[in-house]
Every structure is written in structure tokens, then in C-alpha cells.
Design a protein around this ligand. Structure first.
Ligand SMILES: [Zn+2]
Ligand SMILES: [Zn+2]
Length: 269
């Protein structure tokens, strides 16, 4: 039995043009246990305003219809782009919707997306990443009504691209205090840590977060993880899941979580 891919985009996301039906067909072909669609909702996205405003009415309608056709295989989630000033809006939205699963992600750090080189302009990795982790912690404190914290070291995905692989590497020891505080916070609030294999399509050799950081989480007592390939194209559905599962088992994880109706279900790794 394959694994469940709980992070996947479709044409409902501003950076993806694949139909949900095509993602679904690929997941079935690949023998995954199931999938959760998690299209982007990044309100007030600074670089291109409106690009990641999800059409919620249409999204619910389409996903509910697909779910009905594929019971037990397909779930309806969302990836919410956190920004502190949106906390109230996010709280209201999630109180009033029937998503199975919600990922909270930092895509914007003080009005800048590290996807763009301007985020790194005139500074080194240490400065750029410290600001990112601090921003993540501030956001968690402002709002934490989601199920899993998305791609923890997302900033390094682009730091390595813009600063170079060596200079852009994110070593746990350089951000230990902030990362530990983030882990304590999510563990205290029953939030999972996402293991995101999307980095492999960006020419990286580890997931987000890296194995080193995942080891630290496990060592601190962290057990709740979710798995997502963050696919924006069919060929990335379930990317490197088998390899990741081996690695996660060797770190000491024995299961991962799939959220249904916002409740975690434990699945064996
Ligand atoms: Zn994301
Ligand atoms: Zn994503």
C-alpha cells in the first residue's frame, strides 16, 4: 500500500495549471493510498496582489464533488499563507469551513517572498534565515488554528538557489534557539510538522525540513508528522515518498498523520 500525499496543488492555485482530475489520475496510477488537495490561499500577497486569492466558492464545490466520486481516497485541504495581520481573517475563515486539513505556511516574510532574490539582497543566509524563523514564531503566536506547519525551512530552498548551495545551507545549530522554540510551540499546540519533498524538484537532496532538523524534532519528542510532495505538476505527485519513508523510519518515526475532517488519523510508515 502506498503512502498518502497530503500536499498537492491544482489549477485553483495561482502557480499551477493542472486540473484536479489529472492529479487524481496520476495518484491512482502511482498507487498512492490517497491524496489531499491543498491549494494556495495567500491573501494580501505582496509581489503579485490577488494571484493567490483562492476562489473558495468554486473550490469547495469542485472538491466536494470529486470527494464524493472518490470516497476514502480524496480529501479537501488548503494551504494558508500566514501573515500576522491576517490572523483574524484566517480564524474566521477556518471556523466557518469544512476542510479536512489545513497547512499553515510562511511564504511571505515582512512583505517579501524568499522565492524572489530581493529577499536575500545585501545580506547573508544567517540574517535572512533568522528573520524568517523569527517571523514564523511570531505568526504561530498570532495564529495557530491549523493542522500542520508547512515546509519549515522553505527559506533555504530559495536561499540555496540565490546564495549558492554552501552559503545557503540551513544548519540547525545556527538557528537552534528559534527552531527549538518553534518545535516546543507546535508540540504544545498539537500541530504536526510537515515533511515536504517538494525540494527534490528544486534540485535539492533533502526534504523540507532537512533530515538534520527532523532528527532534532524527534529528539525533542516530536512524533506528529505529515507527508506532502507539494506537487504543482503530475510528475511530482508522491515524489520520493518511498525513499523518505525509509529515512524517516531510521530517524525513529513510526507513523504519519492524515487529517480527515480536521482529525488526525495515524498511518504506519
Ligand atoms: Zn508552500
Ligand atoms: Zn504548497
Amino acid at each position: 500500500m502506498g503512502l498518502w500525499d497530503t500536499h498537492m496543488h491544482t489549477a485553483f492555485s495561482g502557480d499551477c495549471d493542472v486540473l484536479p482530475e489529472d492529479m487524481l489520475a496520476t495518484a491512482l496510477e502511482k498507487g498512492l493510498a490517497g491524496i489531499t488537495f491543498t491549494d494556495h490561499l495567500d491573501w494580501d500577497y505582496p509581489n503579485e496582489p490577488g494571484r493567490f486569492d483562492l476562489d473558495l466558492v468554486h473550490y469547495h464545490k469542485t472538491m466536494d464533488a470529486l470527494k464524493e466520486k472518490h470516497p476514502g481516497f480524496l480529501l479537501k485541504g488548503i494551504e494558508v499563507g500566514l501573515q500576522e495581520h491576517l490572523s483574524e481573517k484566517h480564524r474566521a475563515l477556518l471556523n466557518d469551513s469544512d476542510f479536512d486539513y489545513v497547512i499553515g505556511s510562511i511564504h511571505v516574510v515582512h512583505r517579501k517572498d524568499p522565492y524572489y532574490p530581493s529577499y536575500f539582497e545585501g545580506r547573508n543566509a544567517k540574517e535572512a534565515y533568522t528573520e524568517y524563523y523569527q517571523c514564523m514564531l511570531d505568526n504561530l503566536q498570532a495564529f495557530h488554528g491549523f493542522d500542520s506547519l508547512g515546509h519549515l525551512d522553505y527559506v533555504a530552498r530559495y536561499g540555496m538557489r540565490h546564495l549558492g548551495k554552501e552559503a545557503g545551507a540551513c544548519h540547525y545549530v545556527d538557528y537552534a534557539d528559534l527552531i527549538d522554540e518553534i518545535f516546543r510551540f507546535i508540540m504544545d499546540h498539537d500541530i504536526s510538522l510537515e515533511v515536504n519533498t517538494g525540494a527534490y524538484r528544486c534540485d535539492m537532496t533533502e526534504p523540507n525540513p532537512s533530515f538534520e532538523i527532523l532528527k532534532r524534532y524527534r529528539k525533542m519528542g516530536g512524533k506528529m508528522i505529515t507527508l506532502g510532495a507539494d506537487a504543482h505538476h503530475t510528475e511530482h505527485v508522491g515524489l520520493h515518498f518511498e525513499k523518505i519513508a525509509d529515512e524517516l523510519r531510521s530517524i525513529g518515526f513510526t507513523s504519519y498523520l492524515v487529517y480527515k475532517d480536521r482529525n488526525p488519523e495515524e498511518m504506519p510508515l
